[in-house]
Ligand binder design. Structure first.
Ligand code: FES
Length: 313
């Protein structure tokens, strides 16, 4: 990855399980970013890995980046590592990438977040409000205590609605999405079941597919997977992919230049052709019909059912 080295200068506990990290550059200027961007953080554990996190600072300033990180129950070590570092720690980052960009022609934005899914939407708010474009933010969390950026969001008044499950408040996608002006774009950063409900409601109400955008988050538990071998067809190199690493991480560890963006199976940037072997598709990018073709894999998340996969690299 094109590397940036940063130092942690501030850590704030936003909720019992979410911390915000403020990062400044150690060796010059930080790369600029667009709202909705994420970046890869190198986790310097014994088995080096990269985790992607959304930026939640304002894209209008690049003196610092803010990242908010949930201490994940499915952690492969990355969020645990970040939750125990202190100010002064140096980290290596990739350059910002965006697979959840704001459509600049939207007449109105409906932003829907669940839990830690609020992070990319925070960077969007800086831009949407500066351009004075109408918006609504609907944010589902367990309780006010578990709601990151709760106080920050109060400034937007009744344009922000909270749904606390502990109080029995449920977000109703149909109610939110109906009677919105033509040209409304919807941005979803919610768990999968709510995402499907929102997409279903949008489709039933006649929203074009291109007006409904989603960002993925959350780790896939890797301890239920089997190791396999990736055979690179062009060089005949054999790469072992252990149970606790993704194919993308195994390729990177072997020094192979591999494309990626979201690292969560949602954008298609890491796609590689599969020549032989059976794929265990774990992404939410391909349709069931595309998955059944068994000829392309997203290396950041999907694995092999067979002992080996021959891939077009
Ligand atoms: S990097 Fe986005 S799907 Fe793999």
């Amino acid at each position: 990855m094109n590397e940036q080295v940063v130092r942690v200068v501030e850590i704030e506990k936003l909720t019992p399980r979410i911390k915000r990290f403020r990062l400044v550059s150690v060796n010059g200027k930080l790369a600029s970013f667009s709202p909705g961007s994420h970046l890869a953080v190198e986790i310097p554990l014994a088995k080096r890995q990269y985790n992607s996190y959304s930026l939640c600072s304002s894209p209008y300033q690049t003196n610092f980046y803010d990242l908010a990180v949930l201490l994940s129950e499915n952690s492969r070590g990355g969020s645990e590592y970040l939750h125990q570092i202190t100010t002064g720690t140096e980290l290596k980052l990739g350059l910002p990438k965006n697979s959840f960009a704001l459509n600049s022609l939207a007449r109105k934005y409906i932003l829907i977040a669940g839990g830690i899914g609020i992070t990319p939407l925070i960077s969007m708010l800086f831009v949407i409000t500066r351009h004075q474009i109408p918006f609504e933010l609907h944010y589902a969390a367990k309780s006010p205590t578990e709601c990151a950026f709760y106080r920050f969001l109060q400034q937007y008044g009744d344009r922000v609605k909270f749904y606390f499950s502990e109080r029995g408040n449920r977000l109703n996608p149909k109610q939110i999405l109906q009677e919105q002006p033509l040209g409304t774009h919807v941005y979803l950063c919610v768990p999968q079941s709510l995402r499907e409900d929102c997409r279903g409601a949008a489709s039933a109400l006649g929203y074009p597919k291109s007006a409904v955008h989603r960002e993925l988050f959350g780790a896939v538990k890797t301890n239920k997977f089997k190791p396999f071998t990736a055979v690179l067809a062009r060089s005949e190199q054999r790469i072992d992919v252990p149970q606790d690493k993704t194919l993308l991480e195994a390729l990177e560890a072997a020094g192979i230049k591999a494309n990626y963006s979201c690292r969560a199976g949602g954008c298609g940037a890491c796609e590689v052709k599969v020549i032989e072997g059976e794929i265990n598709h774990l992404d939410s990018y391909y349709s069931p019909a595309e998955k059944a073709e068994q000829n392309r894999i997203l290396t950041c998340i999907s694995r092999a059912k067979s002992k080996q996969l021959v891939i077009d690299l």
